[in-house]
Design a protein around this ligand. Structure first.
Ligand code: PEP
Ligand code: MG
Length: 539
């Protein structure tokens, strides 16, 4: 048995034969001297059409199986196939330089990628994997390769890197887990793996050996450990762990309908954080006491134009109705460098400007912001709806938001369109907001602390960077002090205080948060019952 360490991305035990993903870069044909450009161009057009069809089918399948957010990641990849600069280089490689189709795509792809890599734009750099994915797919279609075999036995997919569209292709009954030698925990691939809920390990120190394929591997997605040809004792240990986890899940389902209350009588509400309507099902199944964070920006992403008021209203109304009187907090669109909508031109123009994100983008696009505010007020006629605003730093911002919200409701009332009352809350995710929480508390009905960005902005650490991972510490005393200050300000003003960042799901801090006075935690749906169980054990 050999043991290799990595970082656990999705929890769970899995065993299967290794299927090693190979990248066949050597298969590029050499220039032969008698190329027929018209023939080669036709090959490229055919491969491009095949790629478009595959991505559309994959997006549709991904949408059905994993939800709209996952599908939007695949859809967004299609941009390179219509990129004018990329197509112009391809054209030149075929018609002027008289290269074969594969050489043209390979060289144009490399040129395009090195241009992207030279740009000082973290969003563009984050998309390099997507671009490589599409170029490889084009190459595969030129070589008429099939990508994913029809597995007949349980497999664990092992790869140096897995592209977003690849990981969803492997989503099948037979694929039991993923081991990736590189990968970053906040990449699109990791997000998709979590949605698929298949055990997954990144940054695994698995050797680069050709004879790995077909060998048996067991993985523990919680500890991030891979066991190559596990010995008898290890297999027994993993099987026991798997059975214990299954039994725990089973017994936790008995907690549905029970309050989340400590033995000392302190009650906490556990709500679900979701980003699309498909995840609502999981929130209900796991007995969420409300939706604590609906990341509405995902409704704007992966499409050619922004959604209409009616489209937004339909989604918000469904949530309000299905949560049947439980609170649904809709966070208004929160665009940033890692969450963008390409049709919003101001995002492109400002893509290198630090801080052009969150509420600032909404103020810059009042016509869009107004549509979302109206859709929220309309949905509030069907349930308990609250609105929450991202990246607040100043009191004037909240006052301006309240004016705009009142105006949106007035328009609807004048047009005799039904509305409901909506609580107004803000995210506390900047140090400025935490420090003036006493002033902000006078303006709103609730706070929800976004620890992901609060940690990032307080400690000056990019949250998606592997290189800076050791500095990204939500337990840093500066962050903890702010959490306490914010809770105290909320309590003094008599408003609700919740948390919706990743820290809300961290078992190490739940008790401390209760002591600080937090009333609500918003978590991934799958972690709600587990957290309820833990809280009910606290003295
Ligand atoms: C946060 O910043 O903690 C948060 C919940 O918002 P997001 O992760 O969407 O930025
Ligand atoms: Mg945030």
């Amino acid at each position: 048995m050999q043991v290799f360490q990595g970082i656990g991305i999705v929890r769970g035990i899995a065993t299967g034969k290794i299927y090693e993903v190979k990248r066949d870069k050597a298969a590029v044909e050499e220039y032969s001297g008698d190329v027929n450009p018209s023939h080669e161009w036709q090959r490229i057009l055919q491969a491009k059409a095949d790629t478009e069809t595959q991505l559309a089918q994959l997006a549709e399948r991904t949408g059905c199986e994993l939800g709209e957010t996952a599908a939007s990641i695949i859809c967004a990849q299609q941009f390179i196939l219509v990129d004018e600069d990329f197509l112009a280089v391809l054209n030149e490689k075929v018609w002027q330089e008289k290269n074969t189709a594969t050489v043209a795509v390979s060289q144009a792809g490399e040129q395009f990628l090195s241009h992207l890599k030279s740009l000082d734009d973290s969003y563009v750099r984050a998309r390099i994997g997507d671009v490589e994915d599409v170029i490889n797919r084009l190459m595969d279609n030129l070589r008429v390769n099939t990508l994913v075999p029809n597995f007949t036995a349980h497999v664990i997919v092992v790869a140096d890197d897995l592209r977003p569209s690849e990981i969803t292709q492997y989503f099948s009954e037979k694929v039991k887990g993923f081991v990736v030698r590189n990968g970053t925990p906040n990449s699109h691939t990791a997000i998709l793996a979590r949605m698929m809920d298949v055990p997954c390990i990144f940054k695994a120190e698995l050797p680069q050996e050709t004879h790995l394929s077909g060998r048996e591997i067991s993985i523990d997605g919680e500890t991030g450990v891979c066991y190559l040809e596990a010995d008898y004792d290890t297999s027994v240990m993993l099987a026991t762990k798997e059975r214990t986890e299954a039994r725990r899940r089973e017994s936790r389902s008995m907690l549905r309908g029970l309050p989340t209350i400590t033995k000392g009588g302190k009650e906490l509400k556990l709500l679900a954080s979701i980003s699309n309507i498909t995840e609502l099902e999981s929130a209900i199944k796991n007995d969420a006491e409300g939706i604590g964070l609906f990341r509405s920006e995902f409704l704007y992403m992966g499409r050619k134009d922004y959604p209409t008021e009616d489209e937004l209203y339909e989604v918000f109304r469904k949530m309000a109705e299905q949560m049947a009187g439980k609170k649904v907090i809709i966070r208004t669109m929160d665009f940033s460098t890692d969450k963008r909508a390409d049709y919003l031109l101001s995002l492109k123009e400002n893509n290198v400007v630090f801080g052009f994100r969150g509420i600032r983008v909404s103020f810059d696009h009042p016509e869009l912001f107004e549509i979302e505010l109206r859709a929220i007020y309309r949905a509030a006629a069907y349930g308990r709806v609250a609105m929450m605003f991202p990246l607040i730093t100043s009191v004037w911002e909240v006052q301006r938001i309240k004016e705009m919200a009142a105006n949106a409701r007035r328009q609807l009332t004048e047009a005799k369109i039904a509305t409901g009352d909506v609580e107004i809350g803000i995210m506390i995710e900047t140090p400025a907001a935490a420090i003036i929480a006493d002033m902000l508390a006078k303006e709103v009905d609730f706070f929800s602390v976004g620890t992901n960005d609060l940690t990032r902005f307080t400690l000056a650490v990019e949250r998606t960077s592997n290189q800076l991972r050791q500095y990204y510490d939500p337990y840093h005393p500066a962050v903890l002090r702010m959490l306490r200050m914010v809770a105290e300000s909320a309590k003094r003003a008599g408003i609700d205080i919740g948390m919706c960042g990743e820290l809300a799901a961290d078992p190490e801090i739940t008790h401390e948060l209760i002591k600080m006075g937090y009333d609500e935690l918003s978590l991934p749906p799958a972690l709600i019952l587990e957290t309820r169980e833990r809280v009910r054990d606290i003295r």
